[in-house]
Design a protein around this ligand. Structure first.
Ligand SMILES: Nc1ncnc2c1ncn2[C@@H]1O[C@H](COP(=O)(O)OP(=O)(O)O)[C@@H](O)[C@H]1O
Ligand SMILES: [Mg+2]
Length: 207
């Protein structure tokens, strides 16, 4: 897989940038605060729309501008795809692959596979387990569509099940709710155990 070029518009300190990337190793050297990390962030965002630095979409947009755009051409098994992500200040971010809009931003997973190693990754060893899970999830979401399926399903079930549990305390007909919770529990376990097993398999490889 090779990211052939990168185009930024109103992305952080880049008003407009067109960059060709060579296969193999590319090295960027500049003084502090010139945009090296911003450049890496934009590539990272091209793989999923999200950032490793912030959950704030707005931070990607150049100050005073209305929309950031990141574009990149990816070559994979002799096939080229053109990825575009739009980060408007108002409204949701959207993505296009080869000119077609994706239904959900998460449909981007797998088009460009990115592995990032940064200072923040030290949180993985220093901080709470959520960072370690995120690290594994990010890899598995990129390479395994079945994982993606269960991962998304798990979040949905998690929310539904929690709402039901809250409702339970207020409900007059608890029996009905218990039956529904029971149904959710089964789905919860199916997706949850799949996720755990895949994380363990990956850990074995990483070890
Ligand atoms: N949303 C933004 N709009 C405009 N400039 C930004 C934005 N976010 C960060 N910057 C600027 O980008 C620069 C930092 O770039 P960075 O990639 O962190 O530099 P470095 O080359 O040191 O890695 C700073 O000058 C900062 O002010
Ligand atoms: Mg930096």
């Amino acid at each position: 897989m090779h990211l052939r070029n990168l185009e930024l518009s109103n992305f952080r300190n880049y008003k407009s940038l067109k960059l060709e990337l060579k296969p193999g190793l590319n090295i960027f050297i500049e003084k502090n605060a010139q945009g090296k990390t911003n450049l890496l962030e934009s590539i990272y965002r091209l793989s999923s729309g999200s950032s490793y630095r912030t959950i704030e979409k707005k931070e990607a947009i150049s100050w005073g501008d209305e929309m950031a755009i990141v574009r990149g051409r990816v070559k994979k098994n002799n096939k080229e795809s053109f990825i575009e992500i739009f980060f408007p200040r108002k409204g949701n971010k959207r993505a296009r692959v080869n000119g077609s809009y994706l239904k959900r931003i998460s449909d981007l997973w797998g088009n460009l596979i990115v592995v990032m190693f940064s200072l923040q990754d030290l949180d993985m060893v220093r901080s709470s387990p959520v960072y370690r899970r995120q690290f594994l999830d990010r890899i598995l979401n990129q390479i395994n569509p079945e994982y993606r399926h269960h991962f998304e399903r798990y979040q949905r079930i998690f929310n539904q099940r929690n709402s039901l549990l809250k409702l339970f305390h207020l409900a007059s007909n608890r029996k009905k709710i218990i039956n529904t919770i029971d149904l959710w529990n089964r789905l919860f376990v199916t997706s949850g155990s799949f996720i755990i097993m895949e994380r363990i398999k990956l850990l074995e490889i990483l070890k």
